[in-house]
Design a protein around this ligand. Structure first.
Ligand code: NAD
Ligand code: AHE
Ligand code: ZN
Length: 370
């Protein structure tokens, strides 16, 4: 079938809106009509060429919501008409990782996903007879996409897709990082570095967890208004402190540092600052941001010797098929507030503007409606 798609033909180039060919779903696969997709910073990261797994040409996009159109052989957990969210972290329930009960990092389709192909090693997308790669097992920048059955969460059909698409990545990642990874407790002190979609979701999660002080940090003070709406108690801009390291500022604000810090930018220098503002003896720092190829983190080992923990999280530790439907219900009950994240909406033709708005710091999320 034909599908309108925004194709990344080469790194660093704007996406091109073209009509691609999409093959029917094969065994264990599902054809989904995407109705809405968010644009996450990770899409921009991969488009920039900094992603070691970045492949071109590709259909990017991994923060979508849609409706099942057709299922391949053997698919039993979804049927045409079901409302779904594609998952870049699958959940097969059968692999070593799923069975461990210790992680959401299912490996069922991860290897082929990273190579931009379906589990059988081939792609369902082509343009003018030439193959186009899939992306993160989702490729939500195409109106029609094919994903593995294990990469689909079936959700309440009454949910607002323009908002719940954000549970496909950003909001789930931030909220999940607070509850599943850091396990923030009432009264805990939290620092959040970077107030985009991820950082603001961390702020919201910290308030849900009844954190005491929530310190929000960004170089763009325009992000502070929404951070306060979501529960930030202090908003600080590193530029206001001259040469003073921001970790020192936060330690001085809190006495000994924060119980939990979250890096939501992808900047290895900020990752260090986030670790070093954690409380002596027990503070922990969670890396959420994705850093480019060749980048490495560093700190004095003494920071760890003296009791700080350095951790990371993917998709907020959330198991997509078993836990995401419940998060959609939480959003429908108002227990997760999604509306403020959607600062802009655009048709597919406006997708490059969505990237521009992100880079200019003007948007939190632009949601593309097909
Ligand atoms: P975004 O661009 O919307 O937000 C980033 C924010 O960081 C902006 O507000 C920006 O002003 C701020 N910032 C940039 N440099 C800064 C600095 N030096 N100090 C303080 N603030 C600074 O991005 P996003 O969509 O929220 O994504 C954030 C990061 O999280 C990206 O690296 C993305 O790839 C990553 N991510 C990771 C996961 C995961 O599962 N681990 C999931 C989603 C996104
Ligand atoms: N491909 C990159 C890593 C990118 C990365 O870390 N992705 C996050 C999700 S970002 C969502 O916006 C993630 O979940 N990683 C775990 C995984 O299995 O991909 C690289 O460095 O190669
Ligand atoms: Zn994302």
């Amino acid at each position: 079938m034909k599908s309108r798609a925004a194709v990344a033909f080469a790194a660093g180039q704007p996406l091109q809106i073209v009509e691609i060919d999409v093959e029917p779903p094969r065994k264990g696969e599902v054809l989904v009509k995407i109705t809405h997709t968010g644009v996450c910073h990770t899409d921009a990261f991969t488009l920039s060429g900094d992603d070691p797994e970045g492949l071109f040409p590709a259909v990017l996009g991994h923060e979508g919501a849609g409706i099942v159109v057709e299922v391949g052989e053997g698919v039993t957990s979804v049927k045409p008409g079901d409302h779904v969210i594609p998952l870049y972290t699958a959940e097969c329930g059968e692999c070593l990782f799923c069975k461990s009960g210790k992680t959401n990092l299912c490996v069922a389709v991860r290897a082929t996903q990273g190579k931009g192909v379906m589990p059988d090693g081939t792609t369902r997308f082509s343009y003018e007879g030439k193959p186009i790669y899939h992306y993160m097992g989702c490729s939500t920048f195409s109106e029609y996409t094919v994903v593995a059955e294990v990469s689909l969460a079936k959700i309440n059909p009454d949910a607002n897709p323009e908002q719940v698409c954000l549970l496909g990545c950003g909001v789930t990642t931030g909220i999940g990082a607070v509850h599943n990874t850091a396990k923030v407790q009432p009264g805990d002190t939290v620092a959040v570095f970077g107030l985009g979609g991820i950082g603001l979701a961390v702020v919201q999660g910290a308030r849900q967890a009844k954190a005491g002080r929530i310190i929000a940090i960004d170089m763009n003070p325009e992000k502070f208004e929404l951070a306060k709406v979501f529960g930030a108690t202090d908003c600080i801009n590193p530029k206001d402190f001259g040469d003073k390291p921001i970790q020192q500022v936060i330690v001085e604000m809190t006495g000994w540092g924060v119980d939990h810090s979250f890096e939501c930018i992808g900047n290895v220098k900020v990752m260090r600052a986030a670790l070093e503002c954690a409380h002596r003896g027990w503070g922990q720092s969670i890396i959420i941001g994705v850093a480019g190829a060749g980048q490495e983190i560093s700190t004095r080992p003494f920071q760890l010797v003296t009791g700080r923990k350095w951790m990371g999280t993917a998709f907020g530790g959330v198991k997509g098929r078993s836990q995401l439907p419940g998060m959609v219900e939480d959003a429908m009950k108002g227990e997760i507030d999604l509306a403020p994240f959607v600062t802009h909406t655009r048709p597919l033709e406006g997708i490059n503007e969505a990237f521009d708005l992100m880079h200019e710091g003007k948007s939190i999320r632009t949601v593309i409606g097909y």
